[in-house]
Design a protein around this ligand. Structure first.
Ligand code: NDP
Length: 316
């Protein structure tokens, strides 16, 4: 067995809509991409139920099925898809070094980062259980709000996302409870204004979720006022979390420019990062849109940018 690390022209890290779309484009451009799937093959969409807002699926598709479709399309063009987790990188260049599962070293001319982001959860046992069975706990109002139209729901969070998602839900639901743990919002004044001017949003300050009730679907919440310790039950059939996301970019700290939360910075109108030959796509570099279709769009951009970069280097 040779000790020389494997060398590829295009390495894709992560297997959500961004990674698969990058793979489809890179493979069709004959870059022979290697994809390392990451700890959650298929990405965040494998944790959702029905996806109805991805163009091309008139009757919807479940998140896991959609990711199988994307994977099949990437495999059709001979993407080398491997199970594993990138645990370390060395982007000193000119060849980028990546370690999979701490042991296997791979060298790549170009790297497309599509490691995504993870929604934050409260971590309550029943919250996680109902989330996993599609029982009405979700972290994406735009994706799942439609399933709760006509119902009373609760949303946790007090930032811009929470305000935006509460306003979105208020158009579908007769009543939206917004549960804010402090006695004030974190969101910008304009967003708070919007919430305050929406009559069917009721904000409960100093309020935390103690438990999520229901065996197969949300039937209510036990809430607690963290000042008075008074407990109560909230009759809702859906629980939305909007308490922030964490981009999965820790391994790139010290190499790539990122904002204070960890979202990777890229040049305007491009997926180029601050390091030559390293590109970012999907939620790892997007804190604003965070949709499957926008992730797929930037995956395509990253593959085109990688191909053009290789051509400019005389490597393609
Ligand atoms: P933020 O980190 O800004 O806000 C998270 C919110 O969740 C905070 O209010 C926080 O409460 C609350 N929270 C966190 N953990 C818990 C918990 N365990 N229990 C209850 N509440 C909790 O995240 P966002 O996703 O809202 O925004 C991320 C970034 O994106 C921000 O910079 C935001 O401005 C930006 N953004 C901009 C938009 C726009 O301009 N249209 C739209 C959406 C996002 P606390 O305040 O108590 O810490």
């Amino acid at each position: 067995m040779s000790d020389t690390p494997e060398h590829v022209r295009c390495l894709i890290i992560g297997s959500g809509p961004a990674g698969y779309t990058a793979a489809i484009y890179a493979a069709r451009a004959d870059l022979k991409p290697l994809m390392i799937e990451g700890p959650l093959p298929g990405g965040q969409l494998t944790q959702t139920t029905e996806v109805e807002n991805y163009p091309g699926y008139p009757n919807g598709r479940t998140g896991p099925e959609m990711m199988e479709d994307l994977k099949a399309q990437a495999l059709r063009f001979k993407t080398d898809i491997r199970n594993g987790w990138v645990t370390k990188v060395d982007l000193t260049g000119p060849v980028h070094k990546v370690w999979v599962d701490e042991t296997t070293e791979i060298h790549a001319d170009t790297v497309i980062i599509s490691t995504g982001a993870s929604a934050k959860w409260l971590g309550l046992p029943n919250e996680m259980r109902l989330r996993d069975i599609g029982g009405g706990v979700t972290a994406c109002a735009v994706c799942d709000g439609f399933f709760f139209r006509g119902q009373t729901v609760a949303l946790v969070g007090a930032g811009d996302s929470a305000c935006e998602e509460a306003s979105y839900l208020a158009k579908l639901c007769p009543k939206v409870y917004m549960l804010v743990r402090k006695d004030h919002f974190r969101a910008s004044k304009a967003m708070v204004h919007r919430v305050e001017n929406t009559p069917n949003i009721e904000v409960l300050f100093n309020t935390e979720v103690k438990d999520v009730l229901g065996e197969h679907a949300v039937e209510g919440l036990t809430i607690v006022n963290n000042k008075t310790r008074e407990e109560g039950k909230l009759d809702v059939t859906g629980l939305f979390l909007a308490i922030g996301h964490k981009p999965n970019t820790d391994i790139f700290k010290g190499w790539l420019d990122m904002d204070e939360v960890g979202y990777l910075k890229h040049r305007p109108d491009s997926t180029k990062t601050n390091i030559e030959g390293v590109f970012v796509s999907g939620d790892a570099g997007d804190k604003v849109y965070r949709q499957a279709v926008t992730a797929a769009g930037t995956g395509c951009m990253a593959a085109l940018d990688a191909e053009r970069w290789l051509a400019a280097q005389g490597k393609h």
